[in-house]
Write a protein that binds this ligand. Sequence first.
Ligand SMILES: N[C@@H](CCC(=O)N[C@@H](CS)C(=O)NCC(=O)O)C(=O)O
Length: 212
Amino acid sequence: MPKLHGANASPFVRKVRVALAEKNLPYELVPVVPFNLSAEFKRMSPLGKIPVLEEDDGYTLPDSSCILAYLERTRPEPSLYPKDAKDYGRALFLEEYADTRVVETFGPVFFERVIKPRFFKQEPDQARVEEALGKAPAVLDWLESQLGDGPAVGARFSIADIAIASPFVNWMHGGERVDAARWPKLAAFLERTWSRPSFKALIEEEQKMWAS
Ligand SMILES: N[C@@H](CCC(=O)N[C@@H](CS)C(=O)NCC(=O)O)C(=O)O
């Protein structure tokens, strides 16, 4: 059974876990938090980041986007990448936008409000939270402009849906919601995507963890 090294609070680890669930692939989650990483972990992940996938034969691969692309080749069903070339390109860009702009904009809210008090026994830096909240509407506006009433790209669920919906789970854990009156397509998209069994099971697992 493959191993996935990482922590379930990471939006990048969540991307891979959702893809593994969509592909119906059992795996073992090996808990790794990205602080004080061991030399052994750094050999698998030269950038010092989670997640890392480890196959039974010892093959290891870091980076959620690389892992999803690799899984698509090794476990092609169901496909998580659009067939049409233009849709494929757009899905890759939406994944990139989510992994960078969405995560860097919303990440500080989750870090300050959830990670810092729990793991570092420190108060949240309110100025940092306010700064992030101030930057959020521009990101939400752009996502709203990209979404329709179905999957993010084309007619089928894809990596674009996984990548966009994943960091918003952290946003929710940080006490924020997408205002459905201002961003109706994005709010409905998240509701639809999070209600899939792959996301739903993880969100429930994470909510239990944060409540304990
Ligand atoms: N591009 C990477 C990003 C992974 C990433 O930034 N992971 C964070 C946790 S959410 C991490 O390990 N950070 C530790 C660090 O940057 O030192 C991916 O898609 O997997």
